[in-house]
Design a protein around this ligand. Structure first.
Ligand code: NAD
Ligand code: DAU
Length: 355
């Protein structure tokens, strides 16, 4: 199978490339990314020489039908895992348009290109598949109790989550109308290495290491369900291989935490690990709440557990310890991804094709 993975230079995409090449030593990946501010080929620089031989990178934009079409012509793609997206809720509030373009139209370009190519080559009968990586945010928000199941009606509140929900509906329409072999995954909040320092956990770590204030939106009592990124990658791999066509699978960590609790725990770990006693809770600053802020997410992941035998393996304390340690040890990475200089360097020097 020639697998096309989109968004490989981002947080989950790069972690997925490491996971997949490690778990499937006989397989290859063709990876694409448009190297937006969130995509850094630096994230893939820890691939071994042997793994690099099984990884082809093409700088391409999923919203561009010519670029995506060329990839399907040049490589006999018969599997797609779509992770490319604009992903930061705050950015979607300030500038929604690029979210609609990438997340909705980009997904449609991939579906349409795959449909034409696969129909022409009779690839559907030979096991071609399309997996859309979606998010629990499409379900909206919960009160103090209850969980999102796959049957929960979608009710997105931010331009980001609305764009992801729209993409899910189009993916499902391609299944129902054309018989496209699709699956959809909806995961809760991920944490781990290579996450761009705009998201809560790496932002807290970066700011604290620089003794900058840590903005806590509203009262800080919003709840997220946290999952170590490697557990998410393992779930995506499993759903792609064994998930039932046309189905959606929720993925979650069963680890609900208030933001303020996470922030205090990170500060405690940073102080202990660095020995810097000026990293204290005094850095915390309560600021104006995010508009439309979802109060609580919690995932019922019983479907993927029962059907595919998946459950999270990394307990939160172990995962957050490793994550904080990773960022302390990779402060040069943080500086580079924030500056963007390496992004431009790698874009020029590490492309198999430069569009
Ligand atoms: P990310 O922002 O770190 O990575 C997204 C990647 O997509 C970046 O490398 C970016 O350059 C690339 N990209 C953006 N626009 C593109 C375009 N037009 N063409 C090609 N590439 C493009 O995001 P992430 O956290 O790794 O999220 C990956 C996927 O997982 C997204 O679809 C997101 O909705 C989903 N997801 C994320 C989480 C989470 O907690 N991070 C949870 C559930 C689902
Ligand atoms: O649930 C899955 C989603 O998780 C993914 O689909 C998104 O791509 C991903 O960004 C994430 O969305 P969130 O909005 O939950 O993540 P974020 O890290 O932006 O914020 C987590 C919580 O922390 C949220 O309640 C807002 C709060 N927050 C965030 C930032 C960046 C703060 O209080 N202060 C901050 O500075």
């Amino acid at each position: 199978m020639t697998l096309l993975v989109t968004g490989v230079a981002g947080f989950i995409g790069s972690n997925f490339v490491y996971h997949y090449l490690d778990r499937h030593p006989e397989r290859t990946i063709t990876g694409i990314d448009n190297l937006s501010y969130a995509g850094n080929l630096d994230n893939l620089s820890a691939l071994t020489d042997e793994q690099q031989e099984r990884f082809i990178f093409v700088k391409a934009d999923i919203t561009n039908p010519d670029q995506v079409g060329t990839i399907f012509e040049d490589y006999p793609v018969d599997g797609v895992i779509n992770m490319a997206a604009e992903t930061h809720v705050d950015r979607s509030i300030h500038d929604p348009q690029v979210f609609l373009k990438t997340n909705i139209l980009g997904t449609h370009v991939l579906l349409e290109t795959a449909k034409h190519s696969w129909q022409k080559r009779g690839a559907w009968k030979k096991g071609a598949k399309f997996l859309q990586v979606s998010t629990d945010e499409v379900y909206g928000t919960l009160g103090e109790s209850g969980f999102f199941s796959e049957a929960t009606p979608i009710d997105p509140h931010s331009p980001y989550s609305a764009s992801k929900a729209s993409a899910d509906l189009i993916v499902k329409a391609y299944h129902d109308t054309y018989g496209m072999p699709v699956t959809i995954t909806r995961c809760s909040n991920n944490y781990g290495a290579y996450q761009f320092p705009e998201k809560l956990i790496p932002l807290v770590i970066t700011n604290a290491l620089h003794h900058k204030s840590i903005p806590v939106y509203g009262d800080g009592k919003q709840v997220r369900d946290w999952l170590y990124v490697e557990d998410h990658c393992r779930a995506i791999d499993l759903v792609f291989e064994e998930g039932r066509t046309g189905e959606t699978y929720n993925i979650g960590g069963n680890t609900e935490k208030e933001n303020i609790i996470i922030i205090k725990e990170i500060l405690r770990l940073l102080e202990t690990m660095t020995g810097d006693t000026t990293i204290t809770q005094e850095l915390i600053s309560f600021v104006k709440d995010r508009p439309g802020h979802d109060r609580r997410y919690a995932i019922d992941a019983s479907k993927i557990r029962k059907e595919l035998g998946w459950s999270p393996r990394v307990p939160f304390q172990e995962g957050i310890d490793q994550t904080v340690r990773w960022y302390i040890d990779h402060q040069d990475w943080m500086a580079r991804v924030m500056s963007g200089e390496y992004r431009d360097f790698y874009a020029k020097n590490y492309n198999n094709r430069n569009f």
